[in-house]
Design a protein around this ligand. Structure first.
Ligand SMILES: Cc1cc2nc3c(=O)[nH]c(=O)nc-3n(C[C@H](O)[C@H](O)[C@H](O)COP(=O)(O)OP(=O)(O)OC[C@H]3O[C@@H](n4cnc5c(N)ncnc54)[C@H](O)[C@@H]3O)c2cc1C
Length: 345
C-alpha cells in the first residue's frame, strides 16, 4: 500500500481550495480500497472518499486523516436486443463514459455530456442536467460497506434517488464506497428532448443513431461552455464546483402563501408531492447579487449566477461569501438556499 503524507488537496479539486491531507492513498483496484479501509480502521483515523473533486471543498487547514482517492478504471458492456448495459468502475472519468455510450449508439446519458468528475460521484448526488439525471438510467450501484467491508449491490429503487440526492448522500452518508455503476441504455430508440433551451437548438425529437446523439452532445457542450460549466484551464470562470446551491423545492401551499414569490416572475416548475422547484439563480439575482460580482478573492461567475468561483481566495472567504448570499436570500424571500457541494471541514 502506497500511503503518502502531506499531499496538497487544492490541485485535486476543480475549485482549487484546501490545505494538505495528513495521509493519502490512490486506489486503482477494489482490493486497494479494502486495504485502505483496514489501514484507517487499525490507525483509528477518519477517512474521506475523493473522486474527481468537482463537487468538493476542503478546509484551508486540510484534512487530518486519510484521503481515499478512487481511481479504478474499466468500462464493459453487454447488448441484449435494444438494451445496452454499460458497467463502469467508479474511478472512470464521467465524460469518457458518456462518449463511450454515444460511440456505441447507446442513448440515455448524452444530455449529461461535459459534467466533470468520476462515475462514483454520479449516483452520490444523482447528477443531472438538461432534462436527464442518472437515476433515469442507473440499473445498479455496486459498493463496499466501509465498516464491514462487505461488497453489496443496490438496485435503482434501493438507491432512493431524489433531486441531487440519494441514500449515499443522505441516510447512508459515509457508509459506503461506490465501486462500480451499471447503466441501462437504449439503442435504436427516438429520444424526446425535454429541456427547452436544448430543444431550441436540436429540436424536440432525436432520431435513433449515433449522429443524433452526437448532435445532442455537441449542443450540450456548446451551452455549457457559454456558461463556463465546462472545465477549461483557460476560463477563470470554471474554477468552481458548478452550481453552488440547489434549486429550492417547497410545497405549493408555501409558494402561494409567500406573496413576494407568488407575485413575482420567478421560474418555477411542478414537482412530485404537490411541490414546486424554484430557480436558485433567480433568487440570488433578485437579492442584490449579479454575475461577475466579487468579494475579496472569490465571487460569482461572470457567466452563471449559481456558480461561485475561486479567484485566488481561501475556503473561508468562499464560505463567508456563500453565507452572505444565503442570508440575503433568506431576508428577501424567506427561502433557505442549500449548498450543493460537499464541504469537508
Ligand atoms: C464546471 C462544473 C459543472 C458541473 N455541472 C454539473 C451538472 O450539470 N450537474 C450536476 O449534477 N453536477 C454538476 N457539477 C458537480 C459535479 O461535477 C458532480 O457532482 C460530480 O458527479 C461529482 O463527481 P466527483 O467524482 O468529482 O465527486 P467528488 O467531488 O470527488 O465527491 C463529491 C462527493 O461524492 C462522494 N464520492 C465521490 N466518489 C465516491 C465513491 N466512489 N463512493 C462514495 N462516495 C463518493 C465524495 O465523498 C463527496 O462526498 C459540476 C461541477 C463543475 C465543477
Amino acid at each position: 500500500m502506497n500511503i503518502q503524507t502531506n499531499i496538497q488537496l487544492a490541485p485535486l479539486t476543480t475549485i482549487q481550495l484546501g490545505g494538505p491531507a495528513q495521509e493519502y492513498i490512490s486506489c486503482d483496484t477494489n482490493q486497494d480500497i479494502i486495504s485502505a479501509l483496514q489501514y484507517a480502521k487499525e490507525k483509528n483515523i477518519p477517512i474521506h472518499v475523493l473522486g474527481g473533486g468537482s463537487n468538493t471543498i476542503f478546509a484551508d487547514a486540510g484534512f487530518s486523516g486519510l484521503i481515499i482517492h478512487i481511481q479504478t478504471s474499466g468500462i464493459t458492456h453487454e447488448q441484449q436486443g435494444d438494451d445496452f448495459i454499460l458497467t463502469t468502475q467508479a474511478g472512470e472519468d464521467w465524460d469518457n463514459v458518456v462518449q463511450y455510450a454515444i460511440s456505441h449508439n447507446a442513448a440515455g446519458i448524452e444530455c449529461l455530456s461535459g459534467i466533470p468528475g468520476s462515475v462514483g460521484g454520479t449516483p452520490f448526488q444523482n447528477v443531472g442536467a438538461y432534462g436527464q439525471d442518472v437515476s433515469q438510467t442507473i440499473k445498479s450501484v455496486f459498493a463496499i460497506n466501509r465498516d464491514t467491508l462487505e461488497q453489496v449491490e443496490f438496485s435503482n429503487s434501493e438507491c432512493n434517488f431524489g433531486y441531487r440526492t440519494s441514500r449515499f448522500r443522505a441516510e447512508d452518508k459515509d457508509k459506503y464506497i461506490i465501486t462500480a455503476v451499471a447503466f441501462e441504455l437504449k439503442i435504436n430508440k427516438a429520444r424526446e428532448i425535454k429541456y427547452p433551451e436544448l430543444a431550441s437548438t436540436v429540436g424536440t425529437t432525436i432520431q435513433p443513431g449515433k449522429e443524433g446523439l452526437q448532435q445532442v452532445r455537441n449542443a450540450v457542450l456548446a451551452l455549457r461552455k457559454k456558461k463556463s460549466m465546462l472545465i477549461d484551464p483557460q476560463d477563470p470562470n470554471s474554477v468552481s464546483c458548478g452550481s453552488f446551491f440547489t434549486n429550492p423545492i417547497i410545497s405549493t401551499e408555501e409558494f402561494v402563501a409567500n406573496l413576494t414569490l407568488a407575485q413575482s416572475d420567478i421560474p418555477n416548475f411542478p414537482e412530485k408531492n404537490n411541490c414546486v422547484k424554484l430557480s436558485a439563480g433567480w433568487l440570488i439575482e433578485h437579492s442584490g447579487f449579479s454575475k461577475g460580482m466579487r468579494q475579496g478573492n472569490v465571487g460569482i461567475s461572470e457567466n452563471h449566477s449559481l456558480a461561485l468561483v475561486n479567484r485566488g481566495g481561501t475556503t473561508q472567504e468562499l464560505l463567508d461569501f456563500s453565507k452572505h448570499i444565503q442570508t440575503a436570500v433568506q431576508k428577501q424571500f424567506k427561502i433557505q438556499l442549500q449548498l450543493e457541494p460537499i464541504v469537508v471541514l
